[in-house]
Design a protein around this ligand. Structure first.
Ligand code: PMV
Length: 321
């Protein structure tokens, strides 16, 4: 019987990725059809400090002490211990299982960290507040991705649609009317760190152009936020597709992503774009509810390795922190 079990969802970025790294706003949504679950089993008769980690998705089955200090799971556990001012953990086995695709723009690294911090702080008798979980997850995102914006850890910690912008904190989005998305995976693994650093190199080489593009993406995001608040969803579709065109311009799309975006639009989606770091990974399509199955079928037909149909519920919004 597990002593503790805590989960964290996946996420998609509705709009604004990459530009968000440079200070523009972006919108992210939690996705609950995929999740990470961390279970912690106490080992009462083992010596204190005997911590074993099993994480099948990354073929890990080792003692904590055998992991390098840069290992994100070890670093996560050490940050939890630091926060609690403790130097060892009662003996336990930590099991991490995720249904999120890895390196595919759905937030697997943040989802693993958030579920692990939640489970471990609970196991140690001091379940952390979301603000502490989010802070630790942001530190670990830096190990994974170099210079992340913080949007992934925020949406996954707070488990609610957010508008994220550096310097303005996290705003919980108001969504006046629920809507449906189809999420489709190209099946191609991609590194967010590589995508972000590619954009950085091109920005260094042509700051005027790139800052104009980031600004356009940020404007689209603010427009989409207003539309979500009003509930006139039809207007979002073209804005999402326009966002995809900007992402093509900044060099983070791929042949496979473009094919899936075209297939979604051809089969009746209201708008479509890549989601996340790009260069592979997932795309999203906004669909009328009655069209979702047809769009998902068409995406499968064009090579998507997995599709998820998800309904984003209406929310009242607010300020998180
Ligand atoms: O982790 P991904 O692939 O969903 O990318 C996150 C979004 C980026 O804007 C590309 C990076 C970031 O840190 O905001």
């Amino acid at each position: 019987m597990p002593s503790i079990s805590c989960s964290a969802p996946g996420k998609i970025i509705l709009c604004g990725e990459h530009a968000v790294v440079y200070g523009s706003a972006a919108i992210a949504l939690p996705i609950f059809q995929v999740s990470t679950v961390t279970k912690i089993f106490a080992k009462p008769i083992a010596p204190s400090g005997d911590v074993h980690i099993v994480a099948p998705p990354i073929s890990l089955d080792n003692s904590l002490s055998s992991l390098s200090i840069q290992n994100p799971l070890r670093a996560t556990i050490e940050l939890v211990m630091e926060e609690l001012h403790i130097d060892h953990i009662p003996a336990c086995e930590i099991r991490i299982q995720t249904s999120l695709p890895l390196s595919a723009g759905m937030g697997s690294s943040a989802s693993v960290t958030v579920s692990l911090v939640r489970a471990l702080s609970t196991y140690l008798g001091h379940p952390f507040e979301n603000s502490v979980i989010n802070q630790i997850a942001f530190e670990i995102e830096k190990l994974h991705h170099g210079s992340p914006s913080g949007i992934d850890n925020s949406v996954i910690t707070y488990e609610t649609p957010i508008l994220f912008q550096h310097g303005s904190g996290i705003q919980i989005l108001k969504i006046a009317r629920s809507f449906s998305l189809v999420i489709a995976d190209t099946g191609i693994k991609s590194s967010t760190a590589a995508a972000v650093s590619g954009v950085r190199n091109r920005w260094e080489a042509n700051k005027i152009l790139y800052e104009k593009l980031f600004d356009e993406i940020g404007q689209l995001t603010l427009h989409i936020k207003e539309v979500l608040e009003r509930g006139t969803l039809e207007a979002i579709g073209p804005a999402l597709t326009r966002n995809h065109e900007f992402l093509q311009h900044i060099g983070v799309s791929s042949k496979e992503l473009d094919q899936l975006v075209d297939a979604a639009l051809d089969s009746g989606a209201l708008g479509a774009k890549l989601s996340g770091g790009g260069l592979g990974g997932n795309m999203i399509a906004l669909v009328a509810d009655e069209n979702a199955v047809e769009v998902a079928r068409s995406l499968k037909g064009k090579g998507a390795s997995r599709t998820i149909i998800t309904s984003i519920p209406a929310t009242t919004g607010g300020i998180s922190e």
